[in-house]
Write a protein that binds this ligand. Structure first.
Ligand code: APR
Ligand code: PHB
Length: 410
């Protein structure tokens, strides 16, 4: 058994764990990342691709925005297609100039991994039997790698190990409450090297079900179809996928759509899930370990980023200012923002998808709600304000050191 020590043990090297590591490194706080998969596996995962302005700002603060600035596509608006009519949501105009940036989570992960490598920071990939111990008082993490056993002693554990991770599962049942909603359909996603059908994302509500036209670049597109939960990927040939997408689009988009060979095809279930609280003594949960949103609002990665903003502020305040305020408030602050994003993601999902169980009356009411939202300035503003992301303050290292924590309430 090899004994190691560090200030913060980070479990999981998804965007949450990697971003936390980078922000702690910048503040001179020691940490170790422990990841059960290989670096290649982590870097290759295809996920969503929309960054809120605050997430872009946080990546800039972490010093990992060089590629994001070069290759990210700022978007001022989105389109919503319903009943054969396309409505533009002018995000920038409705939110005093805010934008979202199209930049794949896969790229965010790679940028963070490269920064980590360049700084010579310690990551244990392919860690096995990862276990966390005594996190109320004196935390340790044990794991194995290449047949060697390790025991890592630390001040805090950051549980950034996703929905299926070990951290949340280690909390005694009577100390944790979970809230969950499953949806009776999934998203079938296809990535293809074809130019996007439009300059902006198109969210499609149709009688045949939801569809989304998104992109990664001017030459790479990402499309999704709502499919029954019971569908299997091998039932969806490329041809069937493109035909069904065309059936859900309007005439103009159908004509503009360029099809091609899929580079990746997968079905993801849709789920809303929240854990309360998000701190258990010296264990913090962040990102997918603490909450899941359906992808309709593009909030998953952005919520992971806001958790990490709060957590890094709290830890920096603790180590640099000797203050426990941020630590004490971590869970409450995160959850306030999390529940608002959960509400928005649930609402977008509810409005834009076809639910087989809904009555004709419910369906008519939903259509009326969507048409109200898209035809009223108040409705559009509500949608836009949530889509670009509710604000929170990102403090620089100097500001945290100078002022102690006084984070905006959101
Ligand atoms: N030990 C170590 N690592 C683990 C363990 C474990 N027992 N269990 C899981 N992990 C790792 C996973 O292999 C993964 O690399 O934790 C990481 C969690 O990463 P993500 O699932 O990407 O979660 P997170 O970093 O919170 O990112 C949230 O990802 O799923 C999307 O929509 C979501 O965009 C959001 C983002
Ligand atoms: C994506 O590009 O993968 C994407 C975009 C917007 C969403 C979800 C996914 O709401």
């Amino acid at each position: 058994m090899e004994n190691l020590t560090t200030q913060v043990a980070i479990i999981g090297s998804g965007p949450a764990g990697l971003l936390l590591g980078q922000l702690l490194f910048k503040a001179g706080i020691s940490h170790v990342v422990i990841e059960q998969r290989s670096a290649e596996y982590v870097a290759a995962r295809i996920r969503a691709g929309i960054l809120e302005q605050v997430s872009v700002d946080l990546l800039a603060q972490a010093g990992v925005d060089e590629n994001l600035k070069k290759f990210g596509l700022p978007h001022d608006g989105i389109e919503i297609l319903t009943n054969g009519l396309k409505y533009r949501v002018n995000l920038a105009e409705l939110t005093q100039g805010k934008q979202v940036t199209v930049y794949g989570q896969t790229e965010v992960t790679k940028d963070l991994m490269h920064a980590r490598e360049a700084a010579g920071l310690c990551t244990y990939y392919e860690a096995e039997h990862v276990q966390i111990h005594d996190f109320e008082e004196s935390p340790t993490v044990t794991f194995q790698q290449n047949g060697q056993s390790y025991r890592l002693q630390c001040d805090f554990i950051a549980g950034c190990d996703g929905y299926h991770g070990v951290c949340r599962a280690s909390v005694p049942q009577d100390k944790i409450k979970t809230f969950e909603k499953l949806y009776p359909f999934g998203w079938l996603g296809v990535l293809a090297d074809v130019p996007p059908v439009s300059n902006e994302l198109i969210y499609v509500q149709s009688e045949r079900g939801f569809a989304l036209c998104s992109m990664r670049s001017q030459t790479r597109s990402r499309y999704y179809l709502q499919v029954p939960s019971s569908d299997r990927v091998d039932e969806w040939t490329d041809e069937r996928f493109w035909n069904e997408l065309k059936n859900r689009l309007d005439d103009e988009s159908r004509e503009n759509l360029v099809t091609g060979v899929s580079l990746e095809k997968s079905i993801a279930p849709l789920r809303s899930f929240v854990t309360e609280p998000m701190r258990f003594g010296k264990l913090f949960l962040a990102g997918d370990a603490a909450h899941i949103v359906p992808p309709t609002g593009a909030k998953g990665l952005n919520l992971a980023a806001s958790d990490i903003a709060y957590l890094s502020h709290a830890l920096i305040d603790f180590y640099l200012n000797d203050s426990e305020k941020g630590i004490q408030e971590y869970s409450e602050k995160c959850l306030k923002r999390v529940w608002k994003a959960e509400r928005f993601s649930w609402w977008m999902t509810h409005l834009l998808h076809r639910f087989e169980t809904e009555s004709e009356f419910d369906h008519k009411i939903k259509q009326a709600e969507l048409s109200y939202i898209l035809e009223s300035n108040a409705g559009l503003t509500t949608l836009a304000e949530n889509y670009v992301g509710l604000p929170y303050e990102i403090k620089t290292l100097n500001e945290i050191q100078g002022s102690r924590l006084d984070m905006i309430e959101y």
